[in-house]
Design a binder for this molecule. Structure first.
Ligand code: NAG
Ligand code: NAG
Ligand code: NAG
Ligand code: NAG
Ligand code: NAG
Ligand code: NAG
Length: 619
């Protein structure tokens, strides 16, 4: 292992100085009347005694100067939020939350109240408040008893020791990154615990798309089991089914995700294990089919109109567009798809001046169906008849064919569907039909667009330690590095006479040999940042694919605003990383520095996480 003092590498200096900034989070046992927190970069929060949870202002990713008043896991690098007060009402910089005798009050810089903790009885006065190790923030009253606790007002998450009674509910967030109110709800209804979608305009519930169980209380017990208590008081285990639970070595949480899936997650308390939340249990098992099978079918599936939904093995829906369609909103695949041409009436060949065969081709897909949107059924029908009928019919966007050879009486069936297509889903076991998409010929030829592939001729790749956000495991390590950071910064600044920070290029800067990617390159390589590998305080890491000489898979780190301050710092950092050589280090392949976008592309570590490697080395 490198001895820090003898090498005193500039990258280490930058890294440690970042850790130092994080170390300013304050632990505090008891919150007294008049105590307050401000929304700014100082990162001061009220922590639980163990330091597991923190209460305070959490910056909103992708939104500059916007903060949530939230509770989050303080020891997990991505600071997973478990509760928040002002989802619909983000607080701007220098907003303030204060403990007053009536409870917590959140005010913006102009002193307007954004949120206050509800109190059951206005006569009881608060005496103090505390962030507990369970993740519950409570406000105690003078004459004992609590006047408010965050566990009674859950957002989308419940934690061990938390319960929901018949009046309790969870409401999902709108998207993966936004904490705004979303459209899925978990609640009790007529003796059942159900999942339903709500109408975004009135807030009224639609029919349920899933029933979790019968009962009147949802309990997440201290050992990590999620249970429903029925009217006789007996408990029925929901999650994690028969898997063993071990709360001493894992964090647990259950969340109604933005995509409508209720998921039980665990995360190892001690660093060295996997570096992300693992989904152990989720309902519904097939979110795509659940909207089709249930009484909620008149709505649409989780992927929006004209899309195809396929459940992944972690329960999440994978949304894609059929041939001839593309996403309405490239940055949000859950918003549905649009047809690449206007079918009716603009593009309708009413006068018969062109042959439809010359204009359209059919692209077929197996195991896909769009229930409930057919307007014509032909039976019996051959494949030729089915295609011909759809081809000559302006309204027809897709025809679904039941293969004649598969049906018992040897006759096929053809369902003609018009836009918008709804509830499109994949099921390899139950759907024995072929979808035939009518695609305009010009579109068909251009659908074959490959991601722009950068030139893979860099042999001399440089290597780097990818430690950011990983070392935050135990407070001992943390404190050690904080101290080491201060020492090293001064020592190294002196020794190197500000060589790193004054931006004077050294000779080796010219040899870094890194690829400069465009933002578009990396966006395509990661399939629009689809698969998240992990999230840290400084950005999010996504899995991507680049051509073979890079080893195919890459990890693309999209740096957050936090590290985006200034062109020069970023360039310096890239140079410094590029100059670092070590046989055990992950290769930095390239970077993108385009406008507001700052990204780093690393070699993808196939065999597990970096923290396991790092903590092995450090011990
Ligand atoms: C917090 O303050 C209350 C009242 O002042 C006191 O009773 C309690 O012991 C304090 N708790 C801690 C952990 O200091
Ligand atoms: C307590 O006071 C708030 C505003 O000051 C009011 O909206 C609320 O209805 C009161 N609650 C009770 C139980 O009196
Ligand atoms: C639920 O709300 C109803 C109506 O507000 C109330 O009567 C009932 O006591 C509540 N139940 C529980 C368990 O709090
Ligand atoms: C939680 O539930 C499990 C499964 O029913 C049970 O074995 C365990 O004792 C319970 N733990 C607590 C603290 O009640
Ligand atoms: C709950 O009570 C009802 C009647 O009150 C009874 O029919 C039912 O069998 C009981 N269920 C259990 C699990 O004991
Ligand atoms: C999602 O679906 C698309 C289209 O079918 C497929 O290419 C992609 O690999 C799927 N993603 C995952 C993570 O399975």
């Amino acid at each position: 292992m490198i001895s820090p003092l003898s090498h005193c590498h500039p990258f280490l200096v930058i890294l440690l100085s970042i850790l130092w900034i994080l170390a300013t989070v304050q632990a505090q046992g008891n919150v007294s009347l008049g105590d307050f927190l401000s929304a700014n970069d100082e990162n001061i929060a009220w922590q639980s005694p163990s330091g597991d949870f923190a209460f305070g202002f959490h910056p909103i990713q992708d939104e500059e100067d916007q903060f949530l008043l939230a509770i989050w896991y303080a020891k997990i690098p991505d600071g997973t939020i478990v509760w928040c007060a002002n989802r619909q009402n983000p607080a701007e910089r220098e907003s303030k939350v204060e403990l007053t005798s009536t409870g917590l009050v959140l005010k913006d810089p102009k002193d307007r109240v954004l949120w206050r903790s509800k109190s059951l009885n206005n006569d009881t006065q608060a005496s103090h408040a505390a962030m507990l190790d369970t993740g519950n923030f409570l406000i105690a009253s003078r004459n004992s008893g609590n006047i408010w606790e965050s566990f009674k007002y859950p957002t989308d998450t419940i934690l061990p020791t938390q319960e929901l009674d018949v009046n309790g509910s969870l409401l999902s967030a709108l998207t993966e990154r936004s904490y705004q109110d979303g459209k899925y709800q978990l609640r009790f209804n007529e003796g059942s615990l159900i999942l339903n979608r709500i109408d975004m305009f009135t807030g009224k519930p639609y029919n349920n798309y899933f029933i979790l169980g019968e009962g009147s209380r949802l309990i997440f017990n201290q050992s990590g089991y999620i249970q429903i208590q029925d009217s006789n008081g007996s408990l029925i285990n929901l999650a994690p089914e028969n898997a063993p639970t071990d709360p001493d070595s894992n964090y647990y949480r259950a969340i109604l995700s933005f995509n409508g899936v209720f998921t039980f997650y665990s995360y190892p308390r001690n660093p060295g294990g996997s570096e992300s939340w693992s989904a152990w249990w989720f309902r519904p098992k097939d979110i795509c089919s659940s909207f089709v099978d249930s009484t909620a079918r008149l709505g649409n599936g989780p992927c929006g109109y004209n899309s195809i939904c396929e459940p992944l093995n972690n329960g999440r829906p994978n949304c894609s567009c059929p041939p001839g369609f593309s996403f309405l909103d490239e940055s949000n695949p859950y918003n549905g798809c649009k047809q690449d041409y206007t079918s009716y009436p603009e593009d309708c060949n009413l006068d018969g001046s062109t042959r439809e065969e010359d204009r359209f081709v059919f692209k077929s897909m197996q195991f896909v169906d769009f229930p409930f949107s057919d307007y014509g059924i032909l039976q019996p029908a051959t494949e030729f008849e089915c295609k011909q009928s759809c081809l000559l019919d302006c309204s027809c966007a897709v025809a679904i064919l039941q293969d004649p050879t598969l049906s018992q009486d040897g006759s096929g069936t053809c369902w003609k569907k018009k836009l918008p297509l709804s509830n499109g889903h994949v099921n390899r076991e139950t759907i024995d039909r072929t979808s035939l998409f009518k695609v305009l010929k010009s579109d068909a030829s251009k659908t074959n667009k490959n991601p722009a592939t950068p030139n893979p001729n860099d042999e001399n790749q440089n290597q780097v330690i990818l430690i950011l956000g990983v070392l935050l495991g135990t407070s001992a390590v943390f404190n050690f590095f904080s101290l080491a950071a201060i020492f090293l910064i001064f020592f190294c600044l002196y020794k190197r006479r500000l060589r790193v920070f004054n931006g004077i290029p050294s000779r080796r800067d010219l040899e870094t040999n890194l690829r400069s990617f465009t933002y578009k390159d990396l966006e395509q390589a990661t399939n629009r940042f689809k698969e998240e590998l992990g999230r840290g305080a400084f950005g999010t890491v996504y899995k991507g694919e680049l051509p073979s000489s890079f080893g195919n898979c890459v990890a693309v780190k999209k740096l957050g605003k936090f590290v985006q301050d200034g062109e020069r710092e970023f360039k310096t950092e890239v140079k410094v990383i590029a100059q670092t050589h070590h046989k055990n280090l992950v290769r930095l392949i390239g970077y993108c520095d385009e406008g507001e976008h700052r990204l780093l592309a690393y070699e993808f570590m196939q065999n597990g996480s970096l923290s396991s490697f790092l903590f092995g080395v450090l011990r």
